[in-house]
Design a protein around this ligand. Structure first.
Ligand code: P5A
Length: 449
């Protein structure tokens, strides 16, 4: 992509309304634009990052046997009356009437709708286990939308729903998602800590939040420091796997949010030098709620004994539009964002230090073509602008590798690579530069787990 043809409305000033660094950087790097309280347009570069996160989630969902579909954003109130949640949900639900005066709502979550789909088609124990998910916009009329897309009113959610014949099988499904989520966050470059959590309006009594540590996090968390070092288990997450041992291992170390922490239990379980009390961001949340929806909504399956019984369910959420700022909270420095390769909007940026100079343009044009031939997602800064501005911009938007070429380098046959994360610079022959960047990028693209 040529920057001169792209749409990257970066800002020089720190916007006043943004209190936390990720919100400031998303606005400054031209990733989002606010449209109303808690509602944002995703500008091209922000949208690219969001899509990369979505792709990683989809890959890990497929690996765990979950099946993707797509449900609408607007829902009929009748379904929610069946489950009893229409009145219980409260002011966070955006309610309205259509032209026929029918009560409608903008979905804050989809337990009812997926239960309706399930009961329409699935009748036998032979058709479960099943895990269906979608990635769709949600609306919650949050009292305090804030921090940009971290807590917005309209946000993207990956929400998955498991169906099993009995509690034991449903808990196995829960364990599978638990491990699959650990992998998903690890692939995004994040250390997410699973913690026992409250179930709130979703219900049930088994629930974990996945939290990443960040100073600006909204909740206080308490955990054993060993969890932060735990390697992600290299296990199969497909339907046949029994991951209860992995689950037991991960949950044996104390971790709880401020709503659940029992100070005495925490201090008894964790030696003083291993106690971590820090702020965290909730990036995922999973629930097992048994027959809470299937029973009132009559989603039954016939068991091997020929008897009908309500199916056992769980639901599993990840917030991709929250993960974008969460990643920035984890990966930035004074100059701007520092994207991990796996989610970077572009893998490399080619900086032409003298756009308009025929020889430099020709050499950079050749490098640009070489990047494309090598399958590297590159942004080519071909704008007629000063070097200082280009360097500051490249640092701000956080592309992992910068390839810099100007008339002097061209005369000497040398180009410069700057590693955004470490600041390290290397000078090398122009015709070796793209191969070098490719060799740096490739191992970071691969599934490292
Ligand atoms: C689980 C999936 C649920 O809604 N039902 C379907 C369950 N869980 S949850 O915890 O309420 O939300 C799941 C994830 O969505 C993200 N999220 C948000 N992201 C941005 N802005 C918001 N206002 C917001 N609310 C929830 C979080 O990542 C959360 O873990």
């Amino acid at each position: 992509m040529r920057l001169s043809r792209y749409f990257l409305p970066t800002l020089r000033e720190v916007p006043k309304e943004a209190e936390i660094i990720s919100h400031q950087l998303m606005l400054r790097a031209g990733m989002i634009k606010q449209q109303a309280a808690g509602s944002y347009s995703w500008l091209p570069m922000g949208f690219k990052v969001l899509n990369k996160i979505v792709r990683i989630i989809e890959e890990e969902q497929a690996r765990s046997g979950a099946v993707q579909l797509l449900m609408p954003t607007l829902q009929s109130a009748d379904l929610w009356r069946e489950s009893g949640r229409y009145d219980a949900y409260g002011k966070e639900m955006l309610r309205f009437k259509d032209r026929h005066e029918r009560d409608m709502l903008y979905g804050p979550t989809n337990e009812e709708m997926i239960t309706d789909i399930f009961r329409t088609y699935v009748k036998s124990y032979k058709d479960v286990p099943l895990n269906l998910y979608h990635i769709q916009w949600k609306f919650r009329d949050e009292v305090r939308p804030r921090f940009g897309t971290m807590r917005s009113r309209e946000f993207l959610m990956k929400d998955g729903y498991s169906f099993d014949v009995d509690e034991a099988a449903a808990v196995r499904a829960y364990h599978r998602v638990f491990v699959s989520y650990l992998r998903t966050f690890a692939r995004l470059g994040l250390t997410a800590i699973p913690m026992r959590a409250d179930t709130g309006p979703i219900g049930g009594d088994l629930s974990h939040e996945f939290i990443i540590l960040a100073e600006t996090g909204e909740s206080q968390v308490f955990c054993h420091s060993d969890i932060l070092e735990k390697p992600i288990p290299a296990v199969d997450t497909d339907f046949d796997s029994d991951l209860s041992a992995v689950f037991a291992d991960w949950t044996s170390l104390y971790a709880a949010t401020e709503e659940m922490v029992d100070q005495a239990a925490y201090e008894a379980a964790v030696p003083a030098d291993k106690r971590v009390s820090a702020r965290g961001i909730e990036v995922g949340h999973i629930f097992y709620f048994g027959t809470k929806y299937s029973e009132p909504m009559k989603a039954n399956v016939t068991g091997p004994d020929g008897k009908d019984a309500p199916v056992h369910m769980g639901s599993y959420g990840i917030g991709p539009s929250r993960l974008v700022p969460a990643l920035i909270e984890a990966f930035h420095d004074d100059a701007g964002i520092v994207w991990p390769v796996s989610v970077a909007p572009f893998e490399a940026i080619l900086i032409n230090l003298k756009a308009g100079d025929a020889a430099t343009d020709a050499a950079c044009g050749a490098l640009y073509a070489e990047f494309q031939a090598a399958g590297i997602d590159v942004l080519y800064d071909d704008r007629d602008a000063g070097a200082g501005q280009k360097f500051a911009n490249a640092d701000l938007i956080g592309i992992p590798y910068q390839l810099i070429l100007g008339p002097r380098g061209l005369r000497e046959g040398q180009a410069e690579i700057k590693h955004r994360k470490s600041g390290e610079r290397e000078t090398l022959p122009i015709d070796a530069a793209v191969a070098r960047i490719k060799s740096l990028i490739e191992p970071q693209r691969l599934d490292q787990i």
